[in-house]
Design a protein around this ligand. Structure first.
Ligand SMILES: [Fe+2]
Length: 250
């Protein structure tokens, strides 16, 4: 009996202390403090505005907010990131600066398929595939999210050797996927993960549609010289707001 109790307490402790260190896991959870979360995220939600969504077949059939609508909301997304410290917390977790440059707002429904195990950046033989600079994804979840409604799953960096063949790498991911972690996220929580970490989006199993806002980020705006000159690019909307908020805080 004693043994079982000991084991229970160890397991409970382990499950309740699930803080994923970015350096070992390749991902980490961001828990900002936001008041009246439910009402706040309902305002941002497109769940009741399906006419503004478009199905993306390349992304396993996820429903995405149309580009022109997305652009109108750039300031709202920027304020969300800065005002509620998502960026600040992300920078503390990963130990370097975080600059978002692309935003995607998407909903999974029952028809959305699994997005298979993959890395956003990897070697295939001698070729490096994906962006040639530091890439992070920051995903904010608009409802409580777990494995049953499409929480992104990860195979921790420590136990996921990067095989330089994309096919073998994917096969190995499926073989080791029993060790994967699907963080449980409450409304408004986020994850930040490296472009190099193995991840997937499971198929939705219940009716609680998963809605998320996902930002592609890098560690230096100079990594993106092509975006520099267009003041309407998301990166530049973000940089202006960041500058304003810093000068207001002085
Ligand atoms: Fe991905």
């Amino acid at each position: 009996m004693f043994g079982i109790n000991l084991q229970d307490s160890f397991l409970i402790k382990w499950f309740s202390n699930r803080v994923y260190s970015f350096s070992n896991f390749g991902f980490a959870k961001i828990s900002p403090s936001i008041e009246n979360k439910k009402a706040f995220f309902e305002k941002l939600s497109f769940k009741k505005r399906k006419d503004l969504l478009i199905k993306d077949k390349k992304d396993a059939g996820a429903l995405k907010v149309k580009k022109e609508i997305l652009k109108k909301n750039y300031q709202i997304y920027t304020d969300l990131l800065l005002k509620y410290d998502y960026i600040k917390i992300a920078e503390e977790l990963i130990g370097e600066k975080v600059y978002p440059y692309i935003v995607m707002h998407l909903i999974n429904d029952k028809k959305t398929k699994e997005l298979i195990w993959h890395r956003d950046q990897y070697f295939h033989g001698k070729n490096f595939i994906g962006p040639k600079f530091k890439l992070y994804k920051l995903a904010i979840y608009l409802q409580n999210t777990n494995k049953n409604n499409g929480a992104t799953g990860f195979i921790p960096k420590l136990i996921s050797p990067r095989i330089r063949n994309r096919y073998l790498d994917t096969i190995f991911a499926y073989l080791s996927s029993f060790l994967s972690i699907h963080p449980r996220l409450s409304i408004g929580e986020a994850v930040i993960f490296s472009g190099k970490v193995m991840h997937h989006r499971p198929k939705q199993k219940n009716n609680k549609y998963r809605e998320a806002i996902i930002f592609s980020c890098t560690n230096n705006p100079n990594n993106l010289p092509n975006l520099k000159d267009d003041k309407n690019e998301f990166l530049n909307v973000f940089l202006r707001s960041k500058k304003n908020s810093e000068s207001n805080n002085k």
